[in-house]
Design a protein around this ligand. Structure first.
Ligand SMILES: [Ca+2]
Ligand SMILES: [Ca+2]
Ligand SMILES: [Ca+2]
Length: 350
């Protein structure tokens, strides 16, 4: 039935689509054997990317052998009830729960759960909770030894509601990290998304996550990152794509940078004359911009290193709040409206 909150407003979302030219430094990973077998191979060429467009990487159920650095797990044994906050799940991954359903084509009708590869128009790997997959997640290994103290490890990905079924779950997704190949994880607060899905019968929500790992993750030969969903209290959960994964070593030397992006409605159409407020949590000041006829905006000259809260006001739409820590120009921030069916329940609270 109806929710008690407008989903998305509480989400702390790091949003960036960054372009960086990496020169003079590089990340190197060896193919050594580790507990989860696949260290992320970030070579001299630059950051690591995985957009799942190669549907030949996963061709057989439960076989991750061709996917460099990433594996999926059901998380059986990590939680025992529904509705567990994934930020609180820090125990090591039970390696025997490795899983993937290969070559699936319809997230709205595929009733299994856990981890699956969907060969849809924009292919992706996705997570869905259930009692048999109570904490489905992806694990990523990388080596940050060539990332120095003047830089930061940034982990970015897009969470996509690809499930157009009538399921209407609250789908929280957390980001964890760990130094080394075994042991407990630490939650990365800035990587948390309170609900990555909308609905029912809606498969449009996209949440961009871009989180900077703590300084301790820099310069280490073996860093593990975990992206985890937990089984929702709803009777039926939804498939959440984890797409466009990017891990990089970002420069932190610029003194100021710009934040630019686009404000769109729930169908992806640009929203004009929306007011974008960028609140600098360090300086305690706001900067503003209005979107143009196509929904685009730019807020210039913001100090780097600061955390920002980005909120949008518009006469007819409501938007979730986004946060980010700024290290360089952000050019592709997409802020999507909360679906009107959810807003109507509470009035248009702009
Ligand atoms: Ca993709
Ligand atoms: Ca495949
Ligand atoms: Ca959905």
């Amino acid at each position: 039935m109806f929710r008690t909150t407008i989903r998305g407003n509480a989400a702390i979302v790091f949003v960036c689509s960054l372009v960086i030219v990496m020169t003079g430094f590089a990340l190197v990973v060896s193919q050594s054997s580790r507990a989860n077998a696949y260290p992320i191979e970030i070579t001299d060429g630059g950051p690591y990317n995985q957009n799942w467009s190669n549907t030949g990487l996963i061709t057989t159920d439960n076989d991750w052998a061709s996917v460099v650095a990433i594996e999926g797990f059901t998380g059986v044994g990590l939680v025992s009830t529904t509705g567990v906050d994934p930020r609180t799940v820090t125990a090591d991954t039970p390696l025997a729960t490795k899983q993937v359903f290969a070559n699936q084509t319809n997230p709205s009708t595929f009733s299994s759960s856990g981890v699956a590869e969907f060969q849809i128009t924009d292919p992706t790997v996705a997570l869905k909770g259930s009692s048999t997959a109570p904490a489905p997640h992806l694990i990523l290994h990388f080596d940050s030894t060539r990332c120095t103290a003047t830089k930061a490890m940034v982990v970015s990905y897009r969470l996509r509601d690809i499930d157009g079924s009538t399921a209407d779950a609250i789908s929280p997704v957390a980001l964890h990290y760990r130094i080394g190949a075994t042991g407990v994880f630490t939650n990365v607060a800035s990587g948390y998304v309170a609900d990555a899905t909308s609905g029912p019968s809606i498969a449009t929500r996209v949440t961009n996550v871009s989180a900077t790992l703590p300084v301790a993750a820099v310069g280490k030969p073996d860093v593990t990152v975990r992206i985890m969903l937990t089984d929702a209290t709803a009777a039926a959960d939804e498939w959440v794509g984890v797409d466009d994964i990017n891990i990089k070593c970002a420069l932190t030397t610029a003194s100021s940078a710009n934040i630019a992006g686009r404000v769109v409605d729930e169908y992806g159409t640009g929203v004009s004359r929306a007011r974008v407020a960028v609140f600098d949590t360090v300086a305690g000041t706001n900067s503003y911009a209005y979107t143009n006829a196509f929904g685009y905006f730019t807020v210039t000259n913001q100090p780097v290193g600061h955390f920002y809260i980005i909120s949008v006001r518009h006469k007819y739409y409501s938007f979730p709040t986004n946060t980010l820590q700024l290290f360089e120009d952000v050019g592709g921030l997409v802020i999507g409206a909360t679906p009107q069916s959810e807003v109507e329940l509470y009035g248009r609270g702009y």
